[in-house]
Design a protein around this ligand. Structure first.
Ligand SMILES: [Zn+2]
Ligand SMILES: [Zn+2]
Length: 238
């Protein structure tokens, strides 16, 4: 019996690369590089103005930003491509916890389209990913923020400083913690190399909740002499 290797290869590819919408499991057109169907793609939500000038959170009342009360955060500016709503949650879950590393490219392209709409981030020309602790990166096999930052740098024509920041100690997953605990949990977790001196950096991360993690990374950049540090995330938890 002769094996039809080509046919087998195509069938294997079909198994390895699921061609269904990551959120609703609707079949996707064969030519589509997008991980969501048209309806789920249309359901992604940008943070709608008015936004907090500093942290980018949509403002719900005239009282100002509830997230920016208290001490001034260490970053100059934070913005997000989308709000953390159900279709985006499915995408991020597949990307981070189901080994769908291939989603890095479409997600980075989506971030690049949104970044082009945010002129306030244009002065920050070097992308730096928020690092995972090496032991967590080994368990996951990749740092999702580094994959996003690399793809975004390529798509947007910006520099990429992969190893500028290191994570000095392992912190508990932020997802399990309350706001105050999150701020305490990450403080002092990062260190920036000498390459930070004088630069204007855009820290890239997947999700912003309290911005405590990105804030601590920004503090490390500034302590190492960075002139400016902003944050750009794929998702923002409102
Ligand atoms: Zn869908
Ligand atoms: Zn704010």
């Amino acid at each position: 019996m002769r094996l039809n290797l080509k046919g087998l290869g195509i069938r294997l590819l079909g198994v390895l690369l699921p061609r269904t919408c990551v959120h609703c499991a609707e079949d996707l057109p064969a030519a589509s590089e997008r991980p969501l169907c048209a309806d789920c793609l249309a359901a992604l939500e940008r943070p709608e103005p008015p936004l907090c000038g500093r942290c980018g959170l949509p403002l719900r009342s005239a009282e100002g930003c509830r997230s920016c009360r208290g001490p001034r955060p260490p970053f100059d500016l934070a913005r997000s491509a989308f709000l953390f709503n159900p279709p985006l949650r499915s995408l991020l879950h597949a990307f981070k916890y189901s080994g769908r590393r291939d989603l890095a490219r479409p997600l980075a392209l989506m971030m690049a389209s949104e970044l082009a709409l945010l002129p306030e981030l244009a002065p920050f020309r070097t992308l730096a990913p928020v690092p995972l602790h090496p032991s967590r990166e080994r368990r996951r096999g990749y740092n999702q923020s580094a994959l996003l930052a690399r793809g975004l740098a390529e798509a947007a024509g910006l520099s990429f400083a992969e190893d500028l920041l290191t994570r000095e100690r392992e912190t508990r997953p932020q997802v399990d913690l309350k706001r105050r605990e999150r701020l305490e949990n990450v403080r002092g977790a990062f260190r920036a190399g000498p390459g930070a001196a004088g630069g204007s950096f855009l820290l890239v991360d997947d999700v912003a909740t309290t911005l405590a993690t990105a804030g601590d990374a920004a503090r490390a950049l500034k302590e190492a002499g960075a002139a400016a540090a902003a944050v750009f995330t794929l998702a923002r938890e409102p």
